[in-house]
Design a protein around this ligand. Structure first.
Ligand code: HEM
Length: 404
C-alpha cells in the first residue's frame, strides 16, 4: 500500500486496527499509541480517513488552518446535537464567533467568578469530610457535584435538570464516529436532554449579567447575529461540562494511582497549575478532533491528499515519547516549557473554554490541597465509553482529611 510518491514524500501507511471497536474505546491509549508508533500520519482504511498521530506533526497541522480546514471531517453529517459554530467553522466566520466566545469566557468575566468557585469548592470538600475520612465516587460525588454547581450557577441556569448537560455533552462527543447501536443509544439519551438545552439557550431566559445575556447583548450591538449568539451558548453547554467533569475525575484517579505525586503537591503547592496541566496531558478529556484537507498537505514526509478527511489525535499525541520523557508516567513536576500539551487543541481552534476549565480545576485542586491528607483508590475505577470523549464514570476513592 505504501506507494512512494517521491523520495521524501510517501503515502500514509494503512492502520488496519479499528479505532472505534469496543476494545479501542476501552483502551484508547493503547490503540492510538499503536497508530502513533506506525507513523505520524496513518490511513484508516476501514473508515477512509487520515489520523495525525504525533505531537510535532499535529501541532504543525493545527497551525495550517488555511489548508487544513474545519468545515468537514470524518463521519460528518449535519446533526441536531452539534452546534454549527466555532469548531465547525473556518475564518472569517470562525473569527467572529471566536471573538464573541472569548469576550465572555476570559478576562474580567472570569475574575468575577473566582471567589464563588473557591467558596463552593471549599464547601463541598468540607461537607464530604465533615465526619472524617470519606469513601466517595470521585466522579459523581466530587467532580460532577462541583462542576454542575458552579458553572451552571454563573451561567444563570435553573437547578433542576442540570444532568441534561452531561447527557447532551456525551451525545455531542459521540457524533463523530461510525453509526451503530452504541452510537444510537448515546444519541437517544442526548435527544432526551435536548429540550432542556434548547429552552435554556433561549434569549428570554438569560439572566442579567450572565454569559448568555452578554452574548445576546453583543447581538444587539450587531457584533454577531442572534442565531450565532444562541449557537455559541449551545457550544458552551455542549463542550463545557462533559469535558471538565471527566478531566477532574480522571485527575483524581491519577492522584489515587500515584500517591507520591499527592505528597509532592502537598510539599510544594506552587505546583498546582503544573499538576493540572499534567493531569490533562495524561488523561485528556477529548480523544481527537476533525478536519479536512482543503489542499494536499505533507506532514512528517507523508502526504494527505486534497479532500482527505482527518482526525487529530490529541490523546495519543499526549503520550508521544518523542515529545515527553516517560510519557506514560504521571509527574506533576513535568517540564511543560517545550510546548505543553495539545489536550486543549492548538491554533485558532484552541479550546474557547480553556481558561474557565483551568480556573475550575485549579480552584478545586487548591481547596483539596488545603484539606486532604491522602487520596486512596478503594475499588476498580470504570472508564466512561465514548467515541471522542475520554473519561471515567466511576472513581472509588477514600479521602482522609488533614489534621488541624
Ligand atoms: C478540561 C476541559 C476541556 C478540554 C480538555 C477541552 C478540549 C477541547 C479541545 C481539544 C478543543 C479543540 C477542538 C478542535 O480543534 O477541533 C476544544 C474546543 C472548544 N472547547 Fe473545549 N475543552 C474543555 C473545556 C471546555 C469548556 C469548559 C468549554 C466552555 C465553557 C469549552 C468550549 C469549547 C469550544 C466552544 C471549543 C471550540 C473552539 C473553536 O473551535 O475555536 N471547552 N476544547
Amino acid at each position: 500500500m505504501t506507494a512512494h510518491v517521491s523520495d521524501e514524500v510517501r503515502d500514509a501507511p494503512v492502520f488496519d486496527g479499528d479505532p472505534f471497536s469496543m476494545e479501542a474505546l476501552n483502551d484508547p491509549h493503547h490503540y492510538d499509541g499503536l497508530a502513533r508508533e506506525l507513523a505520524p500520519v496513518v490511513y484508516v482504511e476501514k473508515y477512509d480517513y487520515y489520523a495525525i498521530t504525533r505531537f510535532a506533526e499535529l501541532q504543525k497541522a493545527l497551525r495550517d488552518w488555511r489548508r487544513i480546514g474545519s468545515a468537514d471531517r470524518p463521519f460528518y453529517t449535519p446533526n441536531p446535537f452539534r452546534p454549527t459554530v466555532l469548531v465547525l467553522e473556518d475564518p472569517p466566520t470562525h473569527t467572529i464567533s471566536k471573538n464573541a466566545a472569548m469576550a465572555v469566557l476570559s478576562g474580567d468575566n472570569l475574575k468575577k467568578f473566582e471567589p464563588y468557585f473557591k467558596e463552593q469548592a471549599e464547601k463541598i470538600i468540607d461537607e464530604i469530610l465533615a465526619d472524617g475520612p470519606a469513601e466517595i465516587d470521585g466522579f459523581r460525588d466530587l467532580s460532577v457535584r462541583y462542576v454542575l454547581k458552579v458553572f451552571p450557577d454563573v451561567l444563570g441556569l435553573p437547578e433542576e435538570g442540570r444532568e441534561a448537560l452531561l447527557a447532551f455533552g456525551d451525545g455531542v462527543f459521540n457524533v463523530f464516529g461510525p453509526a451503530n447501536d452504541f452510537q444510537k443509544a448515546k444519541l437517544a439519551r442526548a435527544a432526551e436532554a435536548q429540550d432542556w438545552i434548547e429552552t435554556n439557550t433561549d434569549r428570554e431566559l438569560q439572566k442579567e449579567g450572565s454569559i448568555g445575556a452578554d452574548l445576546y447583548k453583543m447581538a444587539d450591538e450587531e457584533k454577531l447575529s442572534g442565531e450565532v449568539a444562541q449557537q455559541i451558548l449551545k457550544s458552551i453547554f455542549s463542550a463545557g461540562f462533559d469535558t471538565t467533569t471527566a478531566s477532574m475525575a480522571s485527575m483524581l484517579r491519577a492522584f489515587a494511582d500515584n500517591p507520591g505525586e499527592w505528597e509532592k503537591l502537598k510539599a510544594n503547592p506552587d505546583l498546582v497549575e503544573n499538576a493540572w496541566e499534567e493531569a490533562i496531558r495524561f488523561y485528556p478529556a477529548s480523544r481527537y478532533g476533525g478536519r479536512i484537507a482543503k489542499k494536499e498537505v505533507v506532514l512528517g514526509g507523508i502526504r494527505i491528499p486534497e479532500g482527505g478527511k482527518i482526525l487529530t489525535m490529541w490523546l495519543g499525541a499526549g503520550r508521544d515519547g518523542r515529545q515527553y520523557q516517560d510519557p506514560d508516567e504521571f509527574r506533576i513536576d513535568r517540564d511543560m516549557s517545550n510546548g505543553g500539551h495539545l489536550s486543549f487543541g492548538f491554533g485558532i481552534h484552541t479550546c474557547a473554554g480553556n481558561l474557565i476549565a483551568r480556573l475550575e480545576a485549579r480552584t478545586l485542586l487548591r481547596a483539596m490541597l488545603e484539606r486532604i491528607e491522602t487520596i486512596e483508590l478503594v475499588g476498580e475505577p470504570r472508564r466512561a465509553l465514548n467515541y471522542q470523549a475520554f473519561g471515567h464514570e466511576y472513581v472509588p476513592i477514600r479521602l482522609t482529611p488533614k489534621k488541624n
